[in-house]
Structures are given as C-alpha cells and as structure tokens.
Write a protein that binds this ligand. Structure first.
Ligand code: ADP
Ligand code: MG
Length: 252
C-alpha cells in the first residue's frame, strides 16, 4: 500500500488549467523532491493533496483511505467525513512563510493543535513539544515569541509544530525560500534528519544540492504536468526532457 496515491489530479482556477492529470505514488519512507519553474503548479499540487485546495478531478488516497474521488462523469463522490479527516491528519505541512501564531510563544505554537484537535492533556502536550523543540535545536527558545527569533528558527518551530501532530507524511512547500542564505542549512539539516529517520516526505524545493543528496526520486513539474519522475542521478545528469535540461542550466 502506498502512503500517497494521487491519480489524475486536475485543477483549474477559472480558465487556467493549473494541474493536468497529475499522478504520483509515494511509498513508505520515500523522500521525493518536487522541482520545476515558478507557476508550474507545485504548491497547488501539495495543497490539493492535503485538501487546502479542492481539485476538480482525480482521486487521492492516503494510506489506502480515499480522501477525494470523482466518478466517471466527473462528479465528486461524497466520502465519509471521518475517513477524510483521518486521511488528512496523516499529513503535516510546512509552508514557505512559516505561518506561526504571532501572539503565541514557541511552545504555545507547538502544543496548540495537539491539545485542541487531538485532545492531548496539556502536561503531556508540553512534554512532547519540549522533546520536539530539543530535536530541532530550539528548546532554549520555547518562551520566545516568533518576532524574537530568526527565520530559520521560525521554520524549525513550524516543523516541530507539524511533527507534534504525529503525521506519517510531511509536505514541505519551499521551506527555505523565505530565508537568508546563511539560515537555509539549519532548516535543511532538520529535514535531512527526518529523512534519516525514514519519514515519508514530499519537498517542493529550489535547493538542488539538497534534492540530489536526500531524495529517492525527483519529480519535475512544468505547466501543470509531471514531465519526469526519476532518481536524482537520472534527472539531474541525464533528463529525458529538454525543458528539464534548460531549467537546470539556468539555475545551476
Ligand atoms: P508553483 O508553486 O509551481 O510556483 P502554483 O501552484 O503556486 O505554482 O501556481 C500555479 C498556477 O496557478 C500559477 O499560474 C498561479 O498564478 C495560479 N494560481 C495559484 N493559486 C491561485 C489562486 N488561488 N487563484 C488563481 N490562480 C492561482
Ligand atoms: Mg509554489
């Protein structure tokens, strides 16, 4: 059984076809980088997977649980609310701009969802949050507010916050794109550590060194389609598609 099975996902914004029959399977423990030009649909694809965006067609299964499906006429099939909720909660997401609660401390940011959503007792939520903050190297910042820490630290808090919900799958949407260059490494370091622990991950990134080093597969998106899905050695050294070569030559 795949952790993620997305089949023929389509999405339009008005007349703009943003995703055209995108299919992707992710096995347990796989780390997949998604690369491609700006506007190619990478963020929209992740947002559709976690239902932050409603797709217009296709099927999404998370650990075998369908969370989105359409019939042959293209009509959305109603799915049991509990299954959808359970499926979505198997995923955690980290955004480019951190999305921390500004009026809550680092620790409060991390314990919020476990307490409110998962009904974890406060004492236990704090204990688990402190373990996660220590894992991302930020325990000493637990009482700071987001405005008092660096971008790299904010993003590490965002990662700890997502992990606090004990997801099986992590989705990262350009987690280092908003950071000053000297702060990129500390965030990639945390993601690499998760890869070592065999967390299943989808990472949209422009960090080609990271994609090469950490990914089992690299997916290249262009104009709403996956045009190649291959191991990093293949995609970076000998891509099938000339558009990939052109893209890599431009950015490397
Ligand atoms: P990427 O993450 O690869 O840069 P996006 O998924 O953000 O690409 O965007 C894909 C296309 O969809 C772009 O043309 C973008 O302008 C458009 N788009 C994204 N979100 C919206 C939205 N909420 N409304 C209208 N168009 C959107
Ligand atoms: Mg994007």
């Amino acid at each position: 059984m795949n952790m993620i099975q997305a089949s023929n996902i389509s999405k339009r914004f008005g007349n703009l076809e943003v995703l055209k029959n995108v299919s992707l399977s992710v096995a347990k423990g796989e780390v997949i980088s998604i690369i491609g030009p700006s506007g190619s649909g990478k963020s929209t694809f992740l947002r559709c997977l976690i239902l932050l965006e409603k797709c217009d067609g296709g099927r999404i299964e998370i650990e075998g649980i369908p969370i989105e499906a359409f019939d042959e006429e293209g009509k959305r099939i109603p799915l049991p609310h509990k299954d959808v909720k359970d499926g979505v909660r198997k995923m955690g997401m980290v955004f480019q701009n951190f999305h921390l609660f500004p009026h809550k401390t680092v620790l409060e940011n991390v314990i919020e969802a476990p307490i409110i959503v998962n009904k974890v007792p406060k004492e236990q939520a704090i204990k688990e949050a402190e373990e996660l903050l220590s894992k991302v190297g930020l325990l000493e910042k637990k009482d700071a507010y987001p405005s008092q820490i660096s971008g790299g630290q904010k993003q590490r808090v965002a990662i700890a916050r997502a992990l606090a919900m004990k997801p099986d799958i992590m989705l990262f949407d350009e987690p280092t794109s908003a950071l000053d260059p000297e702060l990129v490494g500390e965030v990639l370091g945390v993601i690499k550590q998760l890869a070592k622990e065999h967390m299943t991950m989808l990472v949209v990134t422009h960090e080609m060194g990271f994609a090469k080093e950490v990914s089992d597969r690299v997916v290249f998106m262009d104009q709403g389609e996956i045009i190649e899905d291959a191991p990093p050695e293949k995609l970076f050294n000998n891509p099938d598609h000339p558009r990939i070569k052109a893209f890599l030559e431009k950015i490397l």
